[in-house]
Design a protein. Structure first.
Length: 80
């Protein structure tokens, strides 16, 4: 698999991952959670797009999730 194919696959997985998290929020019927996850995933999507356009990038799903979880925690603490 070429680097370009790997990046393309990773982008597809990341899009599915974002959709998965948003669907969980929607099922919770918690408007604040839906709004927070939507905002976070929009920022993560932008960051991931920049990351995957980099020719020398390495796909690191664990780090991407760590960033997402950290953002959720920071927003949650800021809301309480």
């Amino acid at each position: 698999m070429s680097d370009a194919q790997a990046r393309g696959d990773a982008v597809k997985v990341n899009a599915a991952d974002a959709l998965f998290h948003l669907r969980i929020a929607e099922k919770s019927s918690n408007d604040m959670l839906i709004k927070m996850l939507s905002q976070i995933h929009e920022k993560v999507f932008q960051i991931r797009n920049l990351f995957f356009k980099n020719e020398a990038c390495e796909v690191d799903v664990i780090s991407a999730h760590a960033v997402l979880l950290q953002a959720i925690c920071e927003i949650w603490v800021g809301q309480t």
